[in-house]
Design a protein around this ligand. Structure first.
Ligand SMILES: [Zn+2]
Ligand SMILES: [Zn+2]
Ligand SMILES: [Zn+2]
Length: 326
């Protein structure tokens, strides 16, 4: 260093103003996560870093500052640096070679991508070759306000909550982007895929693990004491089943109601009963068979339901977790 260069000042002008590597240590409520991406530049940064991960192997997804700024298309280096700084620590990591997305950043990008627009109003397919598990009539697939459902073309269906059209057999949340144009173009594939996913998720919940976040779940039986499904879904509980399971993730609150049999269909003797019904993969048929089994409410010390299977009467105890007794 020469004598006339003031201490602490770089002798060369800095071309790009990179943010400091200090993480934003004191931000971390979930609401703040959305504030972070409620800005086009910040969202573009995350998308750009995320797309690099999708195409590169893990050693190559670090992007140098200038390359990232140019890819995002922000000419103002100071402004770009400010937004990048907002993401550091929680969503983006600064490394010697550049910037890389962290897992929470990837999750945010996925949420934004899967929330992309799909059908916006009520859309119903032509009847498919699938049949109603209550009456045997052909089933259509519908998309309404973020939910895919099987719709019976003849009977009043299994679910009668007031926001559902008559004939509803299932109601499964699916992002519009995952539905696309399939209501018209490929309704059977959509019906199968969505109900298969429901079954997979129900099984994971049945094992006590949240399929969304991996958190611990809590399962309770939802018994209808005034049950009457003689003329379609019961007005008290909204379903044709006298008992269903209500499951909730203790971490992210993901959950919902499911027939108990769907949640244990991978365990003996339900597994064998499903195979005996000719079902060897998870799609609409797996859902229909398990949802179609008659459930009996049990009066006993423990909250439980029972099913009559070929193996005999099987008891499913639902008390926080789910156990099968024979
Ligand atoms: Zn029907
Ligand atoms: Zn969860
Ligand atoms: Zn009821």
């Amino acid at each position: 260093m020469s004598d006339d260069a003031p201490l602490g000042e770089s002798p060369e002008p800095v071309a790009e103003e990179e943010p400091s590597s200090d993480p934003q240590a004191d931000r971390q409520s979930p609401e703040d996560s959305f504030a972070v991406v409620a800005n086009d530049t910040r969202l573009s940064i995350l998308r750009e870093l995320h797309d690099r991960v999708a195409v590169a192997d893990r050693t190559e997804y670090t992007v140098p500052f200038t390359e990232l700024r140019e890819a995002v298309g922000e000419p103002d280096s100071g402004k770009f640096s400010y937004h990048l700084n907002q993401l550091l620590g929680e969503f983006v990591e600064k490394r010697p070679e550049g910037y890389a997305i962290l897992y929470p950043g990837t999750e945010l990008v996925r949420t934004v991508k899967s929330g992309a627009v799909g059908p916006t109003e009520h859309a119903v397919s032509e009847p498919t070759s699938a049949s109603c598990y209550l009456c045997g009539a052909p089933v259509c697939v519908a998309y309404t306000y973020g939910y895919v459902s099987g719709q019976c073309t003849d009977c009043r269906g299994a679910l009668g909550f007031d926001y559902m059209p008559e004939g509803t057999l299932s109601s499964i949340p699916v992002p519009g982007a995952a539905v696309g144009d399939e209501i018209e173009a490929a309704p059977e594939a959509l019906l199968d895929r969505v109900h298969g996913r429901f079954c997979h998720r129900a099984r994971t919940f049945g094992d006590g693990s949240c399929p969304r976040c991996g958190g611990r779940t809590e399962s309770r039986i939802r018994v209808c004491t005034e049950h009457d499904a003689s003329d379609g879904p019961c007005v008290e509980c909204g379903t044709t089943m006298s008992a269903t399971v209500q499951v909730t993730c203790e971490v992210c609150s993901e959950g919902g109601i499911s027939p108990a049999a769907c949640m244990v269909s991978h365990r003996a003797p339900f597994r064998e009963a499903l195979a005996a019904a000719g079902v060897d993969s998870l799609g609409y048929d797996a859902f229909a068979v398990t949802a179609g089994w008659t459930v009996h409410v049990v009066d006993g010390d423990e909250p439980a339901v029972e099913y009559d299977l070929a193996a005999g009467r099987v008891r499913v105890v639902v008390d926080g977790d789910i156990r099968i007794l024979r």
